[in-house]
Ligand binder design. Sequence first.
Ligand code: RIB
Length: 333
Amino acid sequence: MATIRDVARLAGVSVATVSRVINKMESVNPETAGQVLKAIEQLQYEPNAVARGLAGKRMGIIALILPDILNPFFPALARGVEDVAHKKGLTVILGNSDDVGLKESSYIKALKKKYVDGFIFASNTIREEDVEGLRKERIPIVLLDRGLDTASCAVIRSNNRQGAKLAVRHLIEQGCRSIAHIYGPQDFITARERLLGYEEAAGGLKGYSPSLMIPGNFDIESGRKAVEQLLARHSNLDGIFAGNDLMAVGALKALHERGIRVPEQVKVCGFDGIGLAEITEPELTTIAQPVYEMGGLAARILIEEIESGIRDNHLIELDVTLVPRKSTVKGGS
Ligand code: RIB
């Protein structure tokens, strides 16, 4: 494989001149640049990507680290990131962290060695020291969905508290008075914000009781189990707001297993807006997050920082949308 020295020799210039041509520096006269490009073409020379990275040039690669690629919410987020990155000629490396801080740190360590140009993390476990460390090295990072407000970088997520209130108000409008909330893991800021929104909207209801709030794990099985416990506590339960669509699907399954009709007897609302919500029986009412837009916005902010330098922290909360379907409205939206 040809080296930069072979190109310099064939073009009759120095290695430094070849490097300046590769890195498109204006200080090379057009005739010399032409000779170098001809030699590169003739030798089929591939500039050493790591060397280019070492020279502080961009590698054209960004890393996207997600906490759970089996949850359909995250691939939709990744699609938004990748479509924007691809349009800008960037390659996206995808990693799965299982929301383990140490795993996230090892991704950062390994990918920094590959000279990635920037990181997007959907994480609430990423350590501030890792965020600060990257920014000190002028490597941009953007936190998506679960980033903490205190992070020193850009944080993009949905308005989770607004979304929870939308869900509860919709259930109340559909006639519910004993409304439960299956909440996600409280170390996730998204789940905490939804629980707060639920309490603000449902707290004044006559049928309200703290025992109507029950923990889940953002997956189908925990949603199913939560409904078993709720039905044992509240025989008059008539509404369920699940903190994400997967738990809402589990809730539908538990109600079906007990012959409880949805929405006639109990109405169910989820949160996320994943595709699965359109094919459940009945179709699931949900609070749709602007997932694709969130991913695209994160990529655009990261690319801006790669191109123009990193910025201070700022939180961007995007609006969510109520999508009424047959799990709360008889006959559908
Ligand atoms: O379904 C996964 C959940 O975790 C989503 O609601 C998303 O907001 C993330 O926090």
